[in-house]
Design a binder for this molecule. Structure first.
Ligand code: 6R9
Length: 664
């Protein structure tokens, strides 16, 4: 029986504990809590020695490093600095001459269900050929390349090809608007864009190349010399002579041999933009050596990856999860992985379960928002319930992107994992490069809704505003006390912002994650309570409230002022609620509805559909203190539909609250 969706809500105190089965422990790489604790102890005792050992055992270096951690210019930590390697070599070439070379690297399932497979050897040839095509178009080591691609083998190939020649990629999610794309191209100073004519999602052909044209037309992208267009569908698109070339033309005549270019361990492998609490999205810069080490190692530790596994991470390559656990980690581990182009609800909400059965997937990694939407779908339609498929191949399941509520956890555990498969609830961020706090499948007793304990060598803690530890059971600020190899290196082009955002002085030089957390009194398990800054998490996607506010006020003929807050949502985790003051009299009825729609679409155009507010409220003003500060706390209460119990005596204009409480 499925859990009714009405039960999908958080339970405050969670007492259920699920121990790994004896067989799971026995077969696991990190077998039992003793083995986990031994690794933690090793890292504690000799921090640099521990990381040096991991880096030597897990990566192939073209020039060995002699220095492990360079902390001489905190917080700009450097790892394995004098070592040289190539990320693509470590994902592909290293498997050649081993049994992995003829193993399937990627099982690609298209939106319409068509399946294409490539072996490691074939993937290497594709990557090398595309690397040569990039070089022929003038792209060289140190250049930045923006990738605006659908989930395809070619998307992974484009990333790997950049890595191969030492170009830094910056993938922009295919759901972002022309304006968002233009801002990223400009900020990162890209010389090339790799895109597709269209992408297929849910049976629909959606434009990509047209959005690239629009983005480049907005100006500020003069650095772009070439646009390479993968022809995902047969529909023709506008091609600008001298600038644009199809992927097949770019590949024509190029050799499938291309030596991987060694780069320094600190060479920027990629820049990925993510939302912060203030200002424009931040270009999170990652290294080559430290980043790759951690994606490789966490495949072993968190996913206990084995040669016979079929791994499936459902994240798009436009997000960090798709970087670490699609484009790099699984390949570095020599695993077989599924890459899926489509959406979980097309042609129906049984798609994931059907694909797990069809491809005999053993490790499945997805987001709570997807699980919640599939729970809802199978509540109303038995035919898409996981029980209709044989999911016996699964052995480990993962969750990422937002806190998973215990009820969704239980449903996933029972109905998808058949009460056999451990769930690794992995807490991490774009900035951390890979998993930070997560259960280990063959060791950690599981508690629904808790990401449990940090990985060995990861010094997470919960502190108060002055950086002092808080006791277990009390909530506080999540920090990381020591550097780790895959940490963010800087914000592209803005080292000051990097320092201020992540290493505020009052926190004793600890890394500030931006999340609140609490450790359980009994086990010391971590539970993430959500962001403590003005960042929203909508369906596992990070959105800055400021970004949405800026987009709204950019509609300057209509909007005078806007404030955006989050409201808990059963399906999407959080929903965006915008409070808007118009430059015209307060609208009501149909006019208000029409204006709300207009603004929603406007935000969709400015940022992307994922940023569209679910709810827009109009008022003649916003609740402000006498000093003019917007009282967001009050707005959050109004958004939730709560009665205002807070003290409103400092409010300049209390009457405004009633206006804003009305929905359109
Ligand atoms: C990997 C990724 C990071 C933010 C993070 C936190 C939330 C991610 C979570 C989780 C609770 C988990 N988050 N995983 N919260 N439990 N297992 O999602 O990166 O897009 O940068 O988001 O997501 O709030 O700070 P990113």
């Amino acid at each position: 029986m499925s859990t009714p969706s009405s039960a999908i809500e958080s339970t405050l105190v969670e007492n259920r504990v699920f121990e790994p089965s004896e067989a799971t422990v026995k077969a696991a790489r990190i077998a039992g809590m003793g083995a986990y604790e031994a690794l933690c102890a090793e890292a504690d005792k000799d921090f640099e020695g521990f990381w040096a050992r991991q880096a030597r055992e897990n990566l192939v270096w073209s020039k060995p490093f002699t220095q492990v951690l360079d902390a001489s210019n905190k917080p700009f930590y450097k790892w394995f600095q004098d070592g040289e390697l190539n990320a693509s070599y470590n994902c592909l070439d290293r498997h050649i001459g081993t049994p992995v070379e003829d193993k399937t690297a990627i099982i690609f399932e298209a939106d319409d269900g068509a399946v294409t497979k490539v072996t490691y050897k074939e993937l290497l040839a594709k990557v090398a050929q595309f690397a040569n095509a990039l070089k022929a178009r003038g792209v060289k080591k140190g250049d930045r390349v923006v990738i605006y691609m659908p989930m395809t083998i070619e998307g992974v190939v484009a990333m790997q090809a950049c890595a191969r020649i030492g170009a830094t990629h910056s993938v922009v999610f295919g759901g972002f608007s022309a304006k968002a794309l233009q801002e990223r191209i400009q900020d990162v100073g890209a010389v090339a864009v790799v895109t597709a004519n269209y992408q297929m999602r849910g049976g629909k052909e959606l434009p990509l190349k047209a959005i690239v044209d629009e983005a480049l037309g907005l100006g500020g992208c003069e650095s772009i010399q070439t646009v390479i267009v993968y022809e995902r569908t047969k529909t023709a698109v506008n091609m600008v002579a001298g600038r644009d070339i199809t992927m097949s033309d770019a590949l024509a005549g190029q050799s499938t041999d291309c030596a991987a270019e060694p780069v320094g361990a600190e060479h920027p492998l990629f820049v990925l933009y993510t939302s912060g609490s203030t200002g424009k999205p931040k270009g999170v810069q990652h290294s080559t050596g430290g980043y790759l080490l951690w994606t490789r190692l966490t495949m072993d530790w968190t996913f206990d990856i084995k040669p016979e596994d079929v791994f499936w991470c459902t994240a798009d390559i436009g997000w960090i999860t798709g970087h670490s656990y699609v484009a790099y980690g699984p390949l570095a581990a020599g695993a077989t992985q599924i890459v899926f182009e489509g959406v979980p609800t097309y042609p129906n909400a049984g798609r994931f379960w059907q694909m797990i059965e069809k491809h005999q997937c053993t490790i499945f990694y997805t987001a709570p928002t997807a699980i919640r939407s599939l729970i809802k779908a199978s509540d109303s339609d038995e035919k898409v319930h996981p029980k209709n498929w044989n999911l016996g191949s699964l052995r480990i399941m993962g969750s990422v992107g937002e806190p998973i509520n215990p009820e969704a956890w239980m449903w996933y555990y029972k109905n998808v994992g058949g009460e056999r498969c451990p769930i690794v609830d992995t807490f991490w961020q774009t900035e951390t490069g890979g998993h930070m706090i997560t259960p280990l499948p063959g060791a950690t007793p599981l508690v629904p809704g808790s990401c449990t304990l940090p990985l060995p060598g990861i010094a997470t803690a919960i502190v108060d505003e002055t950086g002092n530890d808080v006791p277990n059971g009390s909530g506080g600020i999540l920090v990381v006390k020591k550097p780790w190899p895959s940490m963010i290196r800087t914000i592209w082009g803005d080292p000051e912002r990097f320092k201020k955002s992540y290493f505020p002085e009052e926190l004793k030089g600890y890394y500030l994650a931006g999340d609140g957390a609490v450790r359980s009194a009994d086990r010391g398990y971590f539970r993430i309570t959500g962001r403590i800054d003005d960042v929203l998490n909508v369906s596992g996607h990070r959105m800055g409230t400021m970004e949405i506010e800026s987009a709204l006020v950019a509609k300057s003929d209509l909007v005078a002022e806007a404030a955006v807050v989050g409201r808990p949502d059963d399906l999407t985790g959080e929903a965006i609620v915008a409070f808007v003051v118009l430059k015209r009299p307060l609208p009501t009825g149909d006019e208000a509805k029409a204006l709300a729609n207009e603004l929603r679409n406007w935000v969709g155009k400015e940022i992307g559909p994922i940023a569209k507010p679910k709810d827009i409220r109009f008022g003649e003003n916003l609740p402000k203190t006498r000093s003019g500060k917007i009282m967001r706390r009050l707005l959050r209460s109004i958004a939730k539909g709560e009665a205002i119990t807070q003290d409103t005596s400092t409010l300049e204009n209390p009457a405004i609250l009633e206006q804003l409480a009305k929905t359109n």
